[in-house]
Design a protein around this ligand. Structure first.
Ligand SMILES: *Cc1c(COP(=O)(O)O)cnc(C)c1O
Length: 455
């Protein structure tokens, strides 16, 4: 076929002036590979009967696009206009300015990660975070790992291997992203003793489990679902009392890492880490990047003898946090100790924004765009925290012919804009749009609207 004979060689395309610019940025080998891939794809399209004109410029443009996408940094900044505060797919909690600075300052050069400056001897990476966590939660000891799934896995592996662990049927849950309580239990080598029923679990079910040889009680917070209707579960306090008299530890997977009373933001009260410890949980496990408002991390706080066992376990070495995580986490914990968490942590800034301010912001977007309407809506907490709970907000709603097309165009802006569709309109929630993002958001919306009109 004629078209095939006109396909240029890799060598020919490499000599082009525009290819020279690509070689300067990506190197000759990477560029040549990309050209080969583009040519292979092009031949395939010809074979499939696509009517293509063979043109050096088009092939080089495709090569440039391919190289730019292969060389993209990851992850990159996006604008979250969904109103989901702890959006798991969008990186959960944004860090405070101080936490970001701490990461930058600890990572650009060497750090005292495992070096004690006073003695010049080897130090522990965990000490400072542990001291702050003890002060904050009242726990005897604390340990930081990579994420909360790791924290639960470590706790069960170190304390419950080959032992019977009692779990209520109402708590044999899937948290998301493949974290299922029964699977984690199996991986840890513990033996699951299911107790009670899906909707009702009584203290006497736990009593029976202890009589049947349960050596650990595992409780999981209902972090991403609700059981309503004819339901009951014993309180943590009742269970801790029962377990203590049997000399068996209670591990509580609290999940969200709430240290402040969420009722202050008009939400239901989420049991805090301090309350769980006070109620008698021996170990409390929680995430760093949910309601705590810090980096991805798993935190275990509780009895010293148990935390020490976890610290000494080989699995801890595999799950330990890196210096970037610890830098961000200590800066975040300091906000709580200084009483400035509510004002300086983005998660709480977003939760506490008054409805009137949200309305003003949506209104100003509408005025600047000269398009769209203002409607009342709900922002979601998300991130497996406070299931089904929402806060009132105001949305900018755009009525366009193809809402999904507009969403796709918005995702292609730089930075990408993530919005959602509600009642066939594309809606933008100001709650999760950070103060310095407004202008990028408006510019992105304008361009995307123009693009779908031109189609
Ligand atoms: C979120 C959550 C987890 C998983 O935590 P990651 O930090 O995402 O690993 C485990 N248990 C509960 C109850 C949770 O809410």
């Amino acid at each position: 076929m004629d078209a095939f004979r006109h396909i240029p060689s890799v060598e020919h395309l490499l000599t082009h002036a525009r290819t020279g610019e690509l070689i300067a940025s990506f190197g000759r080998e990477w560029t040549a590979n990309a050209i080969r891939e583009v040519l292979a794809e092009y031949r395939q399209e010809l074979r499939a009967g696509m009517p293509l004109t063979t043109d050096d410029e088009i092939l080089i443009t495709r090569t440039a696009a391919r190289l730019n996408s292969q060389a993209a940094l990851f992850p990159v900044h996006v604008i979250n206009a969904t109103g989901v505060v702890l959006h798991t797919n969008l990186g959960r909690a944004p860090l405070s300015a101080q936490a970001m600075l701490a990461v930058a300052s600890a990572s650009g050069g060497y750090s005292n990660l495992e070096y004690e400056l006073s003695s010049g001897k080897r130090g522990s990476r965990n000490t400072q975070a542990e001291n702050l966590l003890i002060r904050l939660t009242g726990a005897e000891a604390a340990l930081v790992v990579n994420n909360n799934s790791g924290a639960v896995l470590l706790a069960l592996t170190a304390l419950a291997r080959r032992k019977k662990v009692a779990v209520a049927r109402s708590q044999l849950v899937e948290i998301g992203g493949g974290f299922r309580v029964p699977d984690v239990l199996r991986e840890s080598g513990a033996r699951l003793l299911e107790i009670g029923t899906t909707n009702r679990v009584h203290l006497r079910d736990y009593q029976l489990a202890l009589e049947q040889g349960a050596q650990v009680l595992l409780l999981t917070h209902h972090s991403n679902f609700k059981i309503i209707g004819f339901t009951t579960e014993p309180t943590l306090q009742e269970l801790a009392g029962l377990a203590a008299s049997a000399g068996v530890p209670v591990i509580f997977d609290q999940g969200s890492g709430a240290l402040l009373d969420t009722a202050r933001w008009g939400l239901p009260h989420e049991i805090t880490v301090q309350e769980a410890l006070q109620a008698g949980a021996d170990l409390v496990c929680f995430s760093g990047d949910k309601l705590l408002g810090g980096p991805q991390a798993g935190i275990i706080a509780g009895k010293k003898a148990l935390v020490d066992k976890l610290r000494r376990h080989a699995l801890y070495r595999a799950l330990r946090p890196d210096k970037l995580c610890l830098a961000a986490l200590t800066a975040t914990l300091l906000h709580y100790l200084k009483g400035e968490a509510e004002t300086l942590l983005p998660v709480y800034q977003m939760l506490s924004r008054p409805e009137a301010a949200l309305r003003d912001q949506a209104l100003s977007w509408q005025q600047q765009l000269g398009f769209g309407s203002l409607i009342s809506g709900r922002s979601t907490i998300g991130g497996g925290s406070l299931p089904e709970e929402t806060l009132p907000t105001w949305l900018l709603a755009l009525e366009v012919r193809g809402p999904q097309k507009l969403l796709a165009r918005l995702r292609a802006s730089k930075p990408a804009i993530i919005a959602r569709v509600e009642n066939n309109q594309v809606v933008f929630d100001p709650r999760t749009v950070l103060p310095d993002e407004d202008q990028y958001l408006l510019a992105g919306i304008r361009t995307a609207l123009r693009q779908i009109k031109e189609q």
